[in-house]
Design a protein around this ligand. Structure first.
Ligand SMILES: *Cc1c(COP(=O)(O)O)cnc(C)c1O
Ligand SMILES: [Zn+2]
Length: 429
C-alpha cells in the first residue's frame, strides 16, 4: 500500500520516509498522498460502522477507525494513540437560534484526551516520528499543540520540546506542557517568530518538527470530517464552520472532504466557512482582496489559540476554499466572548477560539450567506477549562474593551442564613 509526499505547488513527489516539511524544488507545502485504489480494501460506511464501540486498538480511536483513509500502510504496532477522537456531536437548538439558523450541530473536539483537536494530529504525527526513529520532537505553540505533543511524546518515550511565547499563554495549556514532562522553552517572541525559530533549531539538531506544517498532522485532523459525517449518517451538511489560526484544520477538512468524494462516502461537498478573529485576520483580508495581495499581520486577540499573524498552511487553506466554494469571515473579540457565553451557558462550554464557529455562523447568517434553512456543522476546537482566566474575566466584566452581554455575575453573600434565603428567594431571571 503506497503512500508518498507530494508538493502542493509543483507536484514533485518524495518517499514517505523522508524527513522534509516543504518541497526541495520550490519550497511549497507537502501533502501526504495515499493510494485508495487497493482493491483488497473496500472503503464503505459499513467498514467504519462495524468498528464503532470496539475495545480493540487501534480501531477504538476515532482517528484510526478510519485507518484506510488516514495512513493505510502503517503497522499497528507503530501507532502511538490515546484513543483520541470519538467526540460528541451536539444538536443545540438554543445555540442555533442565537446564530439565526434552524439546524446547528456542534462537534466538540475539546472532548479529546488533552482537551483539543490537536490530539487527532498528534497521534499521526508522533506515530510518524516513531516510524522514522526519532527520539526528540518539537513544536512552537500558542498552547494546545504543545499540550498535546507533550502528552504523546511522553507516551512514546520521546523528549518533547516546546517553544512557548512568554505572554498570553492560557493557563490550562501551560500547565499541561509542564505536567507531561516536556522541555519547555519560554521565549520572548510571538508565535510567528517562535515558529521560525523552531524550524531552524529542529533542522540544525535533527529534531522532528510537529507543527501543522508537518503533513502527517493534517492526516489525523481529517478524521474530524470523517467522524462528523459518520455521526450525521453520511448526510452532508450545507456548511462546515471552523476557526482559522494556522489553518491546519481548514486545510485538513478540505483534503478529507475531497477524499470522501473520491472513495464514494459522500456525493457532494459542504461549503467551508473559516472564521478568524478581527485582530488576527490575514486570510480574511486575503480572501476579501480576491487572493491578490497577501500580507501577514501582527496578531492580537483574546482567542489566543488563533492569535497567529502568518499562518503556515495558507496555500492549503486557499485550496480548500476553492474546492468547497468556501468563505472567510472575521469576528470581534466581543462577538467571540458573547458566543462563548452562549455555548458555555447550555452546559457544553469551549475555549475562546472555538466560539468563532458560532460567532462566525451568526455573522454569516446575518449577512444572508448562510440561509436560515441551511444545516450547519460547527467545530468546537478546545475545552472550556483551557482558558479559565478569559471565562472568569468575562463574567466579572474585567476584560479591557469588552462589555459582557451574557454575564453570570458571582454573588457575594454574608455568612448569614437570612441573607442567603433572601438572595435565593428571588428566582433567577
Ligand atoms: C490550534 C487551535 C485552533 C486553530 O486551528 P488551526 O488548525 O491552526 O487553524 C483553534 N482553536 C483551538 C482551540 C486550537 O487549539
Ligand atoms: Zn514544489
Amino acid at each position: 500500500m503506497a503512500s508518498s509526499l507530494q508538493c502542493v505547488d509543483c507536484a514533485q513527489q518524495y518517499p514517505i520516509q523522508r524527513v522534509i516539511y516543504s518541497c526541495e524544488a520550490c519550497g511549497g507545502l507537502l501533502d501526504v498522498r495515499h493510494d485508495f485504489g487497493d482493491p483488497s480494501i473496500a472503503i464503505s460506511p459499513s467498514l467504519f460502522d462495524e468498528r464503532l464501540g470496539t475495545f480493540a486498538a487501534p480501531y477504538n480511536s476515532g482517528v484510526w477507525r478510519f485507518k484506510e483513509l488516514v495512513y493505510p500502510g502503517v503497522d499497528d504496532s507503530a501507532i502511538v494513540t490515546r484513543m483520541e477522537g470519538n467526540t460528541n456531536l451536539y444538536e443545540l437548538p438554543r445555540v442555533a437560534s442565537y446564530a439565526g439558523v434552524d439546524s446547528l450541530f456542534l462537534k466538540h473536539e475539546g472532548e479529546n484526551p488533552t482537551g483539543s483537536f490537536k490530539d487527532r494530529g498528534m497521534t499521526t504525527g508522533v506515530t510518524q516520528a516513531r516510524i522514522l526513529g526519532m527520539e526528540r520532537v518539537a513544536c512552537a505553540s500558542t498552547g494546545n499543540t504543545s499540550a498535546s505533543m507533550a502528552s504523546y511524546a511522553a507516551r512514546a518515550d520521546m523528549q518533547g520540546i516546546i517553544f512557548l511565547q512568554n505572554q498570553q499563554i492560557a493557563l490550562g495549556k501551560l500547565a499541561q506542557g509542564i505536567a507531561f514532562g516536556a522541555t519547555c522553552l519560554e521565549i520572548n517572541a510571538d508565535f510567528d517568530r517562535n515558529m521560525e525559530l523552531v524550524r531552524q533549531v529542529s533542522e540544525k539538531l535533527g529534531i522532528y518538527l510537529l507543527n501543522s506544517i508537518n503533513p502527517f498532522r493534517l492526516e489525523g485532523q481529517k478524521s474530524i470530517m470523517f467522524e462528523a459525517l459518520q455521526q450525521l449518517r453520511w448526510h452532508v451538511p450545507d456548511w462546515i464552520v471552523v476557526p482559522g489560526g494556522n489553518l491546519g484544520n481548514s486545510s485538513a477538512f478540505g483534503k478529507g472532504l475531497l477524499e470522501m468524494i473520491q472513495v464514494g462516502l459522500i456525493d457532494r461537498l459542504p461549503r467551508l466557512a473559516i472564521i478568524q478573529a478581527e485582530g488576527a485576520n490575514p486570510l480574511y483580508r486575503h480572501f476579501r482582496d480576491g487572493f491578490r495581495q497577501y500580507e501577514p499581520v501582527n496578531a492580537d486577540t483574546i482567542a489566543t489559540a488563533i492569535k497567529i499573524g502568518n499562518p503556515v498552511n495558507l496555500q492549503k487553506a486557499i485550496r480548500a476554499l476553492e474546492w468547497t466554494s468556501g468563505v472567510v469571515e472575521q469576528v470581534s473579540d466581543q462577538q467571540i466572548m458573547d458566543a462563548k457565553a452562549i455555548i458555555d451557558g447550555v452546559g457544553i462550554g469551549c475555549e475562546p477560539a472555538s466560539a468563532c464557529s458560532v460567532a462566525g455562523a451568526k455573522k454569516l447568517a446575518e449577512r444572508g450567506i448562510i440561509k436560515r434553512g441551511d444545516t450547519v456543522l460547527g467545530i468546537l476546537t478546545g475545552h472550556v477549562l483551557k482558558d479559565p482566566e478569559a471565562t472568569i474575566g468575562y463574567h466579572a466584566d474585567q476584560l479591557p474593551g469588552l462589555s459582557p452581554q451574557h454575564q453570570n455575575v458571582m454573588l457575594q453573600v454574608e455568612d448569614d442564613f437570612d441573607a442567603i434565603v433572601r438572595v435565593l428567594g428571588k428566582r433567577a431571571p
